[in-house]
Ligand binder design. Structure first.
Ligand SMILES: Nc1ncnc2c1ncn2[C@@H]1O[C@H](COP(=O)(O)OP(=O)(O)OP(=O)(O)O)[C@@H](O)[C@H]1O
Length: 305
């Protein structure tokens, strides 16, 4: 089945009630991911939220305990090889197969598996990312391994990229270059991307959808404009002893020394928020848009314990 024949609906990736447990701990809990075709979907979550587990299930490297996952309409459990053929995957951790191969040898080896492998593009990426062809894979540093993984993921121009913390371990120079290469890649070829990161600001210019995982649950999932409309920074004038209504999920609360001026991030439709605040005696002086990272942080726990 081809990629275009296989896709169902407008979603390149969809999961249905996906759950995964490790012993008594739940890594994913009834996750219904929806990644629109052609989206750059940023997956956000604190350490241990379940991001890597989700990628592994999509790559059929882990079996879910309940639910299912589809990539371009293919079942990731049943059609694993067909799915993998259409995916460029950068795993969070590098397992160590092919350690004795050189980087050039591994790229040659990988090219045989992908009909769409573009040798000239692979050379371009390897040069741009400073991959040294003669170096043995087993002797690469964490950042060098990441560079090689990026070449492996992009060089066959797959319709789907699954990037699990793709800039983790890269030095600042290569990090910036890798993001520029990714932007070029997306401009050249229609590609859906699911990318997890702890550096959300790096994807400010690329992201168009955001999903937030918290303790294995997808607690928010929406287009970027909706996120930035729904989560806003408020400047308020409040009465003495005021505290925000908890249903507005207040975060980043700061008070002036006199206590009457408050800044905080609140979740909800702006008019509804203003109405609820008015009921507590607070007056909105200003509401403003947040950067992507600050907006996404509204759904993460402020206390890491
Ligand atoms: N192979 C495993 N065996 C046991 N527990 C696991 C295993 N893999 C993941 N977990 C647990 O599942 C939960 C989710 O882990 P996962 O690696 O998916 O989180 P993450 O969001 O990618 O975290 P990070 O941001 O730190 O990379 C964690 O509590 C983790 O300890």
């Amino acid at each position: 089945m081809t990629h275009s024949e296989a896709r169902a609906g407008d979603h390149a990736v969809a999961t249905h009630g996906l759950s995964k447990r490790y012993g008594r701990d739940s890594a994913l809990e009834s996750v219904d991911l929806r990644v629109p075709d052609g989206a750059v979907y940023v997956l956000v979550g604190v350490n241990g939220a379940g991001k890597s587990t989700l990628f592994k299930v999509l790559m059929n490297l882990e079996r879910p305990d309940a639910g299912s996952a589809e990539v371009f309409g293919l079942d990731t459990g049943r059609d694993g090889p067909e799915v993998r053929a259409q995916v460029g995957y950068v795993p969070e951790r590098q397992d160590a197969p092919y350690r004795s191969m050189t980087c050039a040898g591994l790229l040659r080896h990988a090219s045989a598996f992908y009909p769409g492998w573009d040798h000239a593009y692979a050379d371009h990426l390897a040069r741009a990312l400073g991959v040294r062809p003669e170096k043995r894979v087993g002797g690469l540093s964490k950042g060098e391994t990441r560079r090689l993984q990026l070449v492996l993921a992009l060089a066959h121009r797959p319709p789907l990229l699954l990037l699990d913390e793709p800039t983790d371990g890269l030095d600042p120079v290569v990090r910036r270059r890798a993001l520029a290469l990714l932007a070029e890649h997306l401009a050249d070829a229609p590609t859906t991307v699911v990318v997890s990161t702890h550096h959300i600001h790096e994807l400010e210019s690329l992201a168009d959808h955001v999903g937030v995982l918290r303790d294995g649950r997808l607690v928010a999932q929406m287009p970027r404009e909706e996120l930035q409309r729904t989560v806003r920074s408020y400047q308020l004038e409040v009465p003495d002893g005021w505290s925000p209504p908890p249903e507005l999920q207040p975060t980043g609360l700061r008070r002036s020394s006199a206590g009457r001026d408050v800044r905080c991030t609140l979740v909800g439709d702006e008019r509804d928020v203003a109405r609820r605040l008015a009921a507590t005696g607070a007056r909105v002086r200003q509401a403003s848009t947040l950067a992507l990272e600050d907006a996404a942080l509204a759904f993460l726990p402020e206390d890491p314990s």
